[in-house]
Design a protein around this ligand. Structure first.
Ligand SMILES: O=C(N[C@@H](O)C(=O)O)c1ccccc1
Length: 329
């Protein structure tokens, strides 16, 4: 039988972006329906040790919302800014995704909210889940929600909640609470609860949700409909922290991830290309000259370019691969 062994080798495109994007801490990346890169960043706001009190309440409301455009749509080939929006509405951006109508779905850890925002430049808030600035763990409150995924078929919305909760919540397209899963599900491999579900992604062809369970240094995947545990991807190469997980839109069945600094298990900070079905690491990558500091999100375009947003170095890096296809008879 013929097997096609695809060797991936990603290299940074060091000339991207052509000019500075004037970014703050980059927290989230997404692709819009034109396959442009969407960057969600914090402008002049920072998430520091004193940003929250020990009830997870944001302490810097007096700063007001970020005045810069927190949502930038950028040309993936040149890096030029095509659209800028999201002014005066966010405090601490975190996750971002788009839906089939090209709306932005974002989380803000200071607002403890998930917001559906129009991408027409008018920044209309089309839906708000959670109560502004009020953390909680019931059906109508989040605690520092980290990411959101939209199932384009069912319209269902999945929220990873969050730094101070440890659950995935499913809502209907019109924002009704449907169900949640997290700590303590029956499966033995889920006995260990989430420790900061930091990023999540829907695998549309598999109808599964994969979660970057950050401090557990692992990715866990579940049936989107039921929350039933499917598999875990945990690699020594990850070290102790996995910050983000995303899925290739090219249909190659590839998962992308970035790991993070772990004092207990120091390993190189890198991007990972993983074969979803075999769980094999096909490639790892990092910038040519600089090091990753806190890679916070990762996204691949349909043409196979991979972007990584770094919250500490306030940068977005572009990587491409020349796929070395060869088939073995
Ligand atoms: O994890 C943290 N931050 C990053 O994930 C982020 O900036 O989203 C953090 C936690 C405690 C204090 C300060 C920062």
């Amino acid at each position: 039988p013929e097997t096609v062994d695809q060797d991936y080798h990603f290299e940074q495109v060091s000339a991207w972006p052509q000019s500075s994007l004037q970014l703050g801490q980059v927290s989230g990346l997404a692709l819009d329906s034109d396959s442009n890169l969407v960057i969600f960043h914090r402008g002049d706001h920072h998430w520091g040790a004193d940003s929250f009190n020990n009830q997870a309440r944001y302490q810097q409301r007096s700063l007001g919302p970020i005045q810069q455009s927190a949502i930038l749509v950028v040309d993936p080939s040149k890096g030029s800014i095509l659209k800028a929006s999201g002014r005066n509405m966010f405090f601490l951006p975190h996750g971002i995704t788009t839906d089939k109508e090209n709306n932005y779905w974002v989380t803000d850890v200071a607002l403890h909210q998930v917001l559906k925002v129009s991408s027409d430049g008018k920044d209309r808030t089309l839906m708000a889940l959670g109560e502004a600035f009020i953390p909680g763990s019931d059906n109508n409150h989040f605690c520092q929600p980290t990411d959101v995924a939209v199932d384009t078929e069912s319209g269902n919305i999945f929220v990873s909640d969050g730094y101070c909760n440890a659950r995935i919540i499913k809502f209907s397209a019109d924002g009704k609470y449907l169900s949640e899963w997290g700590a303590g599900s029956s499966d033995r491999r889920r006995r260990i609860p989430f420790q900061i579900p930091h990023s999540l992604v829907l695998l549309p062809d598999k109808k599964e949700i994969c979660v970057a369970d950050r401090e557990n240094g692992r990715i866990q995947c579940f049936i989107a409909e039921t929350g039933e545990f499917v598999k875990e991807i945990k690699k020594d190469e990850f070290g102790g922290e996995v910050f983000a997980v995303s899925y290739s839109p090219t249909g190659d069945g590839l998962i992308f991830a970035v790991n993070g600094e772990s004092l207990s298990r120091p390993v190189p900070i890198r991007g990972f290309v993983i074969d979803y079905s075999t769980k094999d690491i096909l490639d790892t990558f990092s910038p040519n000259k600089k090091e990753f500091k806190m890679p916070h999100d990762i996204a691949e375009t349909r043409d196979g370019s991979v972007f990584v947003g770094d919250a500490s170095s306030k940068s977005v890096y572009k990587f491409t691969t020349e796929k070395l296809h060869h088939s073995v008879k």
